[in-house]
Design a protein around this ligand. Sequence first.
Ligand code: NAI
Length: 330
Amino acid sequence: MKIVSYSCKPYDKKALIQVFDASWDSLYLDVLLDLDTLAYAHGAEVVSAFVNDRLDAKVLKILAEGGTRLIALRCAGFNQVDLQAASDVGISVVRVPAYSPYAVAEHTVGLMLALNRKLYRAYNRVREGNFSLNGMLGFDMHGKTVGIIGAGRIGRLVGKMLKAFGCQVLVYDPFECHACQELELEQVDLESIWAQSDIISLHCPLTPESTHIIDTDSIAKMKTGVMLINTGRGALMATQAVIEGLKSQKIGYLGLDVYEKEGALFFEDHSTEIIQDDMFERLLTFPNVLITGHQAYFTQEALSHIAKTTAENIKAFQTKQPLINAVKVE
Ligand code: NAI
């Protein structure tokens, strides 16, 4: 069985090789899946892909014509896949539902602390022999109200960690969150999240309902000086509206691990190029913005879990077992 894995960095390949069946004809490619790179997948029954690979109707149709029957996502989110189109051409889609919620939750709290206490600025200052504390004033996390959007595995963990800091934690989720009561996370409506939160953190999937959940209207309802954190998906935020919010100082801090147009930038070294994305470059000019390049998931534990579950998903497909991690059209 031929398997082509796209967006495969050396660390991904190392983890996958350890668990992929030796009898599989595996090709590991360090390129994005798109119309230009599709030819590699011709004849591959299984295509393995990651967050920024292109899996729209056009690509899926060509993949199906080439013999592909399974898309094995090496991530939890599946917003990059046109599920209806996959179903129409007879391709099943599987994912890794929860590789390490701890990795993402810990990174999220790390962004909050780094922004609040300006750790990213302190690093440079101290190395330059500048021990001045001007501009470094932070606030106690204790007693602050944090609003979490999406009370799933990651959102609840972030809430639990922040409870340990002494924060009041509000959560918004369209479904009733029974586990939240036990953790003393208060489920509220979105309006209360906007109005009451000192920090707002995004942990919902990207869907038509959640796209641009942070926009001009919601920003207007927030507290002045609010800290916004997005380790969910880039398009949960309307970036231009966030830039306006930073300029007007309505937004006091911004921490991002994901970005609306990250596909053209993230996971590659562009340090010797002229970056053409003016919106991204504008974000980098603010002293109160901290961006990481979709690395919240990136721990040893998560990488080996992703590889193991991907191998199990493919094995289940090969042996015609139920695909327990299948994603289906709702
Ligand atoms: P999960 O499926 O356990 O939880 C998602 C929660 O969001 C569910 O409770 C769901 O009811 C809720 N939700 C759905 N639509 C919503 C809406 N419109 N508003 C508010 N809540 C809504 O997912 P998990 O594992 O907690 O992951 C959350 C997201 O984090 C993923 O969808 C993915 O986009 C992102 N992620 C980011 C990573 C990174 O490296 N930066 C790594 C892994 C996940």
